[in-house]
Ligand binder design. Structure first.
Ligand code: AMP
Ligand code: GLY
Length: 417
């Protein structure tokens, strides 16, 4: 199949790697990609993934048979719509359904209409609203930017002054939601959706905070592991029945079908499963630990979802081993990453058994030197029969990589090893 993947991160590298691993041979183009992706497949650096008309034109001119939209920005910008209108299968919701990720107020409304369990939340338009909601909900305070904020929109804090100032900042940028604090383990569950039927992938856990022991600021994600051995066997079915299907059905009723990846961000509380967020795309870095273990061909799932053909398909199969990923980030991430520094040691790192390296933000300069170009730079992925083995391999590989000032957590998957 001729497949166009939009995006430039480790998630898109992991998607590309999974497509390349299939028995079927695909012709894959990634726009714009990064240096790691460009080493594996063709990249189209001149195609702007946010320009729907340009993407649709490219797809028609190049005979693309499936478009996979990786990041949230093109989804929320509505890039899927002009492509779908031209009759080309797209894995990724249109602008209306992508609001599930793009607007927390929209997501709360859908959850309420569908009876999906989530934290109690109040939308604030003024600082006075914020103060009242903080008092009503109590500490710890959970303050969320209503729109996209690249992983920086949520603040969880005991510090009322910090909560107020975070809210004040985002009040001027599309609004703020105050939410009840939910206590428990977090789970990311991905479901492939064709607008009516959903099929689950293997659950994963992300480490959102920058520092060991879940200290420091929230980030896009510093590491992940999959599967989650501590989940009850009924967990996935419960999420399908109480969260994913009601949500997809509600969006279908509203004539905005959700075609793509429904990312359920969940907390398992003492009172049951609660949704903390939906995303409209594969999670990053969770994708890097979910897709390597997927046995069912990824393209089959994505194409079936994009063409309304998931009904009657068996659930995706996964290998029984484990996967761990550790993110290597630039100095200064997440506030102000220092970029442009050379990265060395990747070949030695990739020689560790069962290790692959997904590039998140890399480029080569004119002399061919590999440089870090963003906050999260690499996602080092290792598989193992046990978590202890996968974790040891991942950290052995991370230790072989050099990037001046780089940061990584040392406790990824420690709780299951
Ligand atoms: P989000 O971007 O909504 O996933 O939020 C980022 C992180 O903030 C989550 O991964 C949680 O660790 C935390 N978080 C979000 N909402 C809540 C909540 N209601 N209670 C506790 N922690 C939360
Ligand atoms: N890892 C969290 C996200 O992809 O939103």
């Amino acid at each position: 199949m001729k497949i166009l993947v939009l995006g430039s991160g480790a998630r898109e590298h992991a998607i590309t790697t999974a497509l390349l691993a299939e028995e079927a041979e695909h012709e894959i183009v990634v726009a714009p990609g990064n240096a790691g992706i460009a080493a594996d497949v063709a990249v189209e650096t001149g195609l702007d993934p946010l320009d729907g008309a340009a993407v649709a034109e490219y797809v028609i001119e190049n005979g693309i048979e499936l478009v996979v939209i990786g990041p949230e920005a093109p989804l929320v910008a509505g890039v899927a719509d002009p492509v779908r209108t031209r009759g080309i299968p797209v894995f990724g919701p249109g602008k209306a359904a992508a609001q599930l990720e793009g607007s927390k107020t929209f997501a709360k409304r859908i959850m309420e209409a569908a009876g999906v369990p989530t934290g109690r939340a109040v939308r604030a338009a003024t600082l006075a609203d914020v103060e009242k909601a903080l008092d009503d909900l109590g500490a710890p305070y959970v303050v969320k930017a209503d729109g996209l904020a690249a992983g920086k929109g949520v603040l969880v804090t005991e510090d009322r002054a910090a909560a107020l100032s975070h809210a004040e900042h985002y009040l001027t940028q599309g609004g703020v939601l105050l939410e009840e604090f939910l206590d428990g383990q977090e789970v990311s569950l991905f479901l492939v959706s064709d607008g009516h039927t959903v099929l689950p992938l293997s659950p994963a856990q992300d480490y959102k905070r920058l520092l060991d022991g879940d200290a420091g600021p929230n980030t896009g994600g510093m590491g992940a592991y999959s599967p989650l051995p501590w989940l009850p066997e009924t967990f996935v079915d419960e999420v399908i029945d109480t969260v994913a299907l009601p949500t997809v059905r509600q969006l279908a009723v509203e004539q905005t079908p959700f075609i793509g990846l429904l990312y359920c961000g969940l907390i398992v509380t003492e009172r049951g499963i609660r949704v903390i967020e939906f995303n409209a795309r594969f999670g990053d870095p969770e994708t890097q630990v979910v897709l390597p273990r997927l046995v069912t061909p990824l393209s089959t799932l994505l194409f079936a979802a994009a063409t309304g053909a998931l009904s009657g398909m068996p659930r995706p199969e996964f290998a029984l081993d484990t996967a761990v990923t550790v993110v290597v980030a630039s100095e200064g991430y997440p506030e102000a990453p220092l970029t442009g520094r050379p990265i060395t040691g990747l070949e030695a790192a990739a020689e560790v058994p069962e290790v692959t390296i997904a590039h998140a933000a890399t480029a080569r300069d004119a002399s061919g030197t590999l440089l870090a170009t963003g906050g999260r730079v690499l996602s080092v992925v290792a598989r193992g029969t046990t978590f202890a083995e996968a974790r040891e391999r991942a950290y052995e590989a991370v230790g072989r990589i050099h990037l001046e000032g780089s940061q990584h957590r040392t406790d990824i998957a420690a709780r299951v090893s």
